[in-house]
Design a protein around this ligand. Structure first.
Ligand code: BGC
Ligand code: NOJ
Length: 827
């Protein structure tokens, strides 16, 4: 069952029922100001950091689920309704929500009155513009009123939802004309404020939540002021400041009225915080006056429908440009839709926000993850390489001199987070992969000369190349008894914690240090990760490639020798006969072996091992085992059989019921590694099967089961052992976005940036006749045609550039050349 449809021409998902199985959200904003908006206008806004600079309040895990947002209420002669249906939930005559690229349009109508609300954050603008168009579609005059509503968060989202003894007494506002200012804590130690305005005179307002709602027993579904059609003109002092405008509207038949609301954020320099005079008409209880110049300028920027239209146009053009970089035309519309629109769009969102703020990530828990953000770059780098470059330098600046890494950093301060610390065994390797991806995309080798500090201490700075070296040798220098990398606190799988041995509730599996391992530096020197071993042999060649390009042949040979040694160790100690082991635990016992009772096979090491060309026969057997042991109609489960008991020596993984999260859930992120590996091994049909099991556009038909948005990936789908098999969770912020973009574009469609040029080596479903693609690459346009007359999955029989045949499948990059016409014949 579906709850909407894809409008590919407008690049929108159109939701036609407000009662989606979960709130289906969109993200507005790309730079500093961000909003989350659901299909019923729920959600919240923040500036840069969802924890430290939260602008509007949201109550998580609420009942009903999605309560809190920016709401417009209409009172049409006693009939009260919202254009987005919620929170009043009055039956509407029509409802539609269009989630587009950086904007959302929600339209509702009732009793011949239509309200269309367009929400967007313009380019380079720290505010959300909300344009409301009210139209009388009936044959008689209509007199009604409209109330807006935004609830302020008291800046620090963590404090806001916990420290009520203080924060109930801090709220402050100012009101000037149609603008309500949120100036809580501004006088003292903050230099930022927020405002909510409308481009017309108002007939009243409320700034105190209880006054607006009519006491503490009413919810957002029944504000007394709206019901009575009369605001109280309340002035908030402490308690819970909100912003609500009240406006009476009269419309002749066929007539429309447009109102533009702006929810904005601004910062003042320390010496310009206050205005020298109190303007006439300003409502305040303070002895000081906010300097509002920035707000005035922001309001002026979007105070007419023409200016709003221009802002929207600018946003659309920006997205057209971003999505114009890589475009495909395959025989499968759903693939086109994912590649050309939604997968790339999701990659931008994950790049911007890492794992911090979604309907599953509260924004107060996690900053930017080191491994997460490095992987996000893989899917994003072609869109805005300059931003990727800056991000790489921010990330590397949190690295430690021995190559270890802070696992996370705070976006506002860019400092490594010492609460969570380091010693996640996989972290350094992702940086080699992401820096290599950046160079392969751009050809910009200068990034390697950039001086980058360790732990943000500029006195320790070394070149980026040196950072790659310490990353590589951090693995080599931390091997266990089988010559495989130590597992440390966790590897990519945060829930395999082989040194933790926790039996006390509340201990963090990732940061708790078992006294047993304290003397050894915090983690076992026995437990080893096969996943990191395989990631090392997969990533290492990129490092070697970089060294060779720089003419550092000795260093390249030394690194290659380490890779070869690791491959040998993997085959000797980590091959289980039909697949690769997952780990050795701190007792030296195998994990992920046919000899184990539960958790016999794990997904994570398999794909990287296959793509490392360790052993052809092993690769073949592994792909067959994956298909028979891990595959389901909704994707590949992480491990099998699921754990049914608590294995203290494994850590968090077995705390989940079978089928959820890392315990045999369908963890879509690592499905992509198998898709890549199957394609790499020439199994285009198998790769495409796994791709289409989880790609959102393909699961749209089962939205009622899948529940989360049909236009973006979620982190997890409940696996076959769960009673909710097939149900999605944790949508939007997941490495799945970047890795599936890599899987479909670079491995299946086979268009892969390489150091020397664009490599073209597809691995597609055999029934495809071929496909076409356009790709901007290092400033040139590539027009690519793939023909598949023999209906094979893989194999470049002939490749021509501008009609001339070339050897191999890398189209060499020639500087100055602007257009490449590439024709590939498979066979
Ligand atoms: C989750 C992981 C997550 C980790 C760190 C665990 O509880 O299962 O998916 O990465 O916490 O936040
Ligand atoms: C989610 C985390 O963000 C990611 O870093 C981790 O690799 C996966 N969970 C798997 O545990």
């Amino acid at each position: 069952m579906k709850f909407g449809y894809f409008d590919d021409v407008n690049k929108e998902y159109v939701i036609n029922s407000p009662k989606t199985p979960y709130p289906w959200i969109n993200y507005l904003g790309n730079q500093g100001f961000f909003s989350l908006i659901s299909n019923t206008a729920g959600g919240y806004c923040f500036y840069k950091d969802a924890r430290l600079r939260r602008i509007t309040r949201y109550r998580y895990n609420n009942v009903p689920l999605d309560m809190g947002g920016r709401y417009f209420y209409i009172n049409d002669n006693g009939n009260v309704w919202n254009p987005g249906w919620s929170p009043v939930k009055a039956d509407l005559d029509s409802y539609e929500c269009r989630h587009g690229m950086g904007y959302t349009i929600i339209t509702g109508s009732k009793d011949s009155l239509k309200a269309e609300v367009t929400f967007f954050v313009p380019q380079n603008y720290d505010g959300e513009v909300q344009q409301v168009v009210l139209t009388n579609e009936g044959s008689s005059k209509k007199d009604f009123s409209i109330f807006s509503m935004a609830e302020w968060c008291l800046w620090d989202a963590q404090d806001d939802c916990t420290n009520f003894q203080r924060n109930f007494s801090t709220g402050r506002v100012e009101i000037e004309g149609s603008t309500i200012y949120h100036v809580t804590e501004y006088r003292d130690r903050r230099n930022h404020y927020a405002f909510y305005t409308v481009n017309d005179d108002i007939d009243g307002y409320d700034t105190d939540r209880d006054a607006f709602l009519g006491g503490i027993y009413n919810g957002w579904d029944a504000p007394a002021t709206v019901k009575e059609g009369k605001p109280t003109n309340s002035f908030a002092d402490g308690w819970s400041p909100i912003a609500s405008h009240y406006k009476k509207v009269s419309l002749a038949p066929g007539e429309s009225k447009t109102l533009i609301y702006i929810l904005g954020y601004a910062e003042n320099p320390q010496d310009k915080k206050f205005a020298s005079e109190k303007p006439a008409g300003l409502l305040t209880r303070e002895t000081w006056v906010l300097n509002k110049e920035k707000a005035y300028a922001m309001i002026d920027k979007y105070n007419t429908p023409e200016k709003v239209a221009a802002g929207l146009e600018e946003l659309r053009n920006e997205w057209a440009k971003l999505l114009g970089i890589f475009n495909v035309n395959t025989p499968d519309d759903k693939v086109n839709r994912m590649v050309n629109i939604w997968n790339q769009y999701q990659c931008m969102v994950t790049f911007n926000l890492s794992r911090s703020a979604s309907y599953f990530e509260s924004g107060i828990g996690r900053g930017m993850g080191f491994r997460d953000s490095n992987q996000d770059i893989l899917g994003f780098v072609h869109q805005i390489p300059d931003r990727a470059r800056d991000r790489l330098i921010d990330l590397a600046s949190t690295q430690l001199p021995d190559g270890g890494c802070y696992h996370q950093y705070q976006p506002l301060t860019k400092k490594g987070n010492s609460d969570i610390g380091g010693d996640f065994s996989d972290d350094p390797l992702w940086m080699i992969l992401s820096v290599a991806a950046y160079i392969k995309e751009t050809g910009d080798w200068t990034i390697l000369d950039e001086m980058v500090p360790y732990d943000n201490d500029m006195s320790t700075a070394q070149t980026m190349l040196e950072h790659l070296k310490v990353s590589f040798y951090h693995i080599v220098n931390n091997l266990g008894p089988h010559g495989l990398p130590l597992a440390m606190r966790a590897d990519w799988n945060d829930c395999i914690n082989l040194s933790c041995w926790s039996d006390t509730p509340g201990e963090s599996f990732q940061t708790y240090t078992n006294p047993k391992f304290k003397a050894e530096g915090g983690y076992s020197k026995i437990a080893e990760s096969v996943m990191v071993a395989a990631l090392f042999t997969y990533t290492g060649p990129s490092y070697v490639g970089i060294l060779k390009h720089l003419g550092k042949d000795d260093e390249a040979a030394a690194a290659q020798a380490e890779i070869d040694k690791m491959k040998k160790n993997i085959m000797e100690s980590a091959w289980d006969g039909d697949w690769f082991l997952r780990a050795y635990d701190s007792n030296g016992e195998k994990m992920g072996s046919k000899d184990c009772k539960e958790g016999q096979i794990f997904i994570e090491p398999q794909g990287f091992a296959i793509m490392s060309d360790i052993d052809k026969d092993a690769a073949k057997k592994t792909l067959a085992s994956i298909d028979s042991r891990l595959n389901t109609e909704y994707g590949l489960v992480l491990n099998n059989p699921a754990f049914t008991k608590y294995y203290v020596q494994y850590g968090e993984i077995s705390t989940y019921p079978g089928g959820y999260k890392e315990n045999a859930g369908i963890f879509t992120h690592n499905n992509a590694w198998i898709i890549c590996a199957a394609a790499y091994a020439g199994e285009g049909d198998q790769a495409f099967k796994y791709y289409s099991e989880i790609a959102p556009a393909f699961t749209e038909e089962t939205s009622d089961l899948h529940k989360t948005e049909p236009y973006v990936y979620g982190q997890m789908i409940a696996g076959k052992d769960a009673s909710n098999f097939g149900q999605g969770k944790n949508s939007w912020l997941t490495g799945t976005a970047a890795w599936n973009m890599v899987a479909i574009s670079q491995y299946i469609l086979g268009i892969m940036p390489d150091f020397d040029g664009l490599k073209i080596d597809p691995s597609i479903p055999h029934e495809w006749d071929g496909f076409k693609a356009t790709r901007k690459f290092r400033g040139a346009d590539y027009n690519i045609t793939i023909n598949n007359p023999d209906h094979v999955c893989k194999g470049v029989k002939k490749l021509t550039v501008d009609g001339k045949e070339i050897e191999g499948c890398v189209v060499p990059f020639e500087s100055g050349k602007k257009v490449y016409d590439v024709v590939v014949t498979l066979g």
